[in-house]
Design a protein around this ligand. Structure first.
Ligand code: TRP
Length: 514
């Protein structure tokens, strides 16, 4: 027993805001419209909704219940399910470190562009400007050539997020989200209102909303939809386990998860509406189609090239540029802190460290690695490679592992009854069924899609592949390293007990009386 009581959220709304703040991020504003664009607009919406309802929300609920029941994060939470499962938590710690270190660097680009928008300094050729800004070299392994502007912005991102983390759950994370979410709604709302009133907006919206029934037979679209839902809802990495571990015992879980899921989806739709309206406006000006199949927009292009191009054509370029890039920053900060909570809370709970110590010993080295690797001329190439490791070998596989662990440990029924005690929406057979179906779908996606794609990029390098063979090797190395870290830590820690807390005593008493 430590004698100190675990921190908790200030209120149910505080937790919900943090969960929504985690979910809403670059994934919504940038990735979602990009995925929809690549899948042909309206083709994407139906698989996306199906994935939210059948996989996203059930898995959110699973993570909430694991964190809430054990009142622990990461490895300790998995351990309380089964001694054999602790490694999953460590694996997720490694994935979170991979994700946070590069996510921060994209935020640093958005911070730079927020400044650029004050004078619209991207000029008449945003494409060339972005190329010069990143100044990517052709050499994946050429480390150490820094872009100092991006370096400075990235240092700023890390200072702000680590200060928030040092503030703890209530005075750090919760407070930051109470500032970020309303600010985001105002900034982004203004932008969307502007976008939908532009000429040509309607054509863009038609492209976005017209369902393409044929595309439902295209499994690629389904894979894209599942990947998007995992990333966007922040599942598979233990973020929600950590956040839920700071809930009070008598907390509503299932309706809260559903609300968070739907709030995230609504914001995603809003972002889609804003971006497609703007694409419609661009098509109206150029006389071209909304989705240009000859000349598709890829990767960072949508946010950092297409958007400035569109902004140039409308009155108020600077103001709306500021709103757009400012939104990216605000949405991204509240997501970044939800990635940092995974390693930080995990070390606190497993080793009994205090908050300040974990920020010093884990947080600051993460910032240094991020600063050493990403704001460089080869950084963006490493980023693409690590990005391709995080979803398949992190979110999808670890998400799958947590479903398997929940069933295999025999504790899934207890998780459900724990949730049902205080929750409005009762978990029943449907929840088990959706989790089971999701597991099958994930195995299929991994075996027949994500992994074969990477093997193909490796064996058949050609123009238009997402990664070069060199990059694929990085993807596999970091993917393998994160899994290996999980395995090794699972074994090393196996006979080391978790420090007991007051909450454990409380849980035990409750268990005994139940
Ligand atoms: N959901 C966030 C976004 O849309 C990113 C994110 C935050 C995330 N925490 C996560 C993704 C945990 C996966 C796992 O940008």
């Amino acid at each position: 027993m430590t004698g100190s009581v675990r921190e908790t959220w200030g209120s149910r709304a505080g937790f919900l805001l943090a969960a929504v703040g985690s979910a809403i991020g670059l994934g919504n504003i940038w990735r979602f419209p990009g995925e929809a664009y690549e899948s042909g607009g309206g083709a994407f919406l139906i698989p996306w909704m199906v994935a939210i309802l059948t996989a996203g929300i059930p898995l959110l609920i699973l993570e909430y219940t694991i964190g809430h029941r054990s009142r622990k994060s990461g490895p300790s939470a998995f351990r309380s399910m089964s001694k054999n499962a602790e490694g999953i938590g460590w694996w997720q710690v490694a994935v979170a470190i991979l994700l946070a270190t590069f996510y921060a660097s994209i935020l640093a680009w958005a911070v730079s562009y927020t400044f650029f928008s004050v004078t619209a300094s991207w000029g008449d050729e945003p494409g060339a400007y972005f190329t010069e800004f990143l100044n990517v070299s052709g050499e994946v392994y050429q480390f150490g050539e820094f872009n100092w502007g991006i370096f400075g912005a990235l240092a700023g991102v890390w200072v702000v997020s680590l200060v928030i983390m040092a503030g703890g759950v209530r005075k750090g994370v919760e407070l930051a989200n109470k500032v970020c979410i309303p600010l985001l709604v105002v900034l982004f709302g203004a932008l969307v209102v502007r976008a939908v009133t532009l000429p040509g907006a309607l054509d863009g919206l038609n492209t976005f909303f017209t369902p393409d029934w044929n595309a439902l037979g295209d499994y690629q679209v389904w894979v894209a939809a599942y990947g998007q839902v995992f990333f966007s809802l922040s599942i598979g990495m233990g973020t929600m386990i950590a956040y839920a571990s700071y809930l009070r015992k008598k907390s509503e879980l299932t309706m809260t998860a559903t609300t968070a899921g739907l709030a995230n989806a609504s914001f995603e739709l809003l972002a889609g509406i804003g971006v497609f309206a703007a694409l419609g406006f661009m098509a109206y000006n150029s006389g071209g189609p909304v989705i240009d199949e000859q000349n598709p927009i890829v990767g960072g292009g949508l946010a950092f090239v297409t958007f400035p191009t569109i902004l140039n054509e409308m009155p108020g370029t600077e103001l709306f540029g500021f709103l757009f890039f400012g939104s990216l920053v605000v949405a991204g900060v509240s997501s970044l802190i939800s990635m940092l909570i995974v390693p930080l809370a995990s070390f606190q709970d497993r080793f009994g460290w205090d908050r300040k110590k974990t920020v010093l010993v884990i947080g600051i080295p993460m910032a240094l690695v991020s600063l050493a690797v990403y704001p460089t001329r080869n950084g963006p190439m490493i980023l693409d490679a690590v990005d391709q490791a995080v979803t398949p070998y992190g979110l999808v596989m670890a998400g799958l592992a947590s479903i398997i662990a929940a069933f295999a440990s025999g504790k899934i029924g207890r998780l459900a009854s724990d949730a049902n005690r205080y929750s409005i929406l009762k978990l029943g057979a449907w929840w088990y069924a959706f989790l089971g179906i999701t597991a099958v779908v994930l195995v299929y996606i991994l075996l027949f899609n994500l992994v074969p794609d990477q093997i193909d990029w490796y064996l058949n390098p050609k123009e238009g592949n997402t990664l070069s063979p060199d990059q694929v090797l990085i993807t596999w190395s970091v993917g393998a390293a994160s899994i290996l870290f999980g395995l090794v830590m699972g074994v090393v820690m196996r006979n080391k007990p978790v420090p007991q807390t007051d909450e454990d005593l409380e849980n035990a008493e409750e268990e005994a009386s139940a």
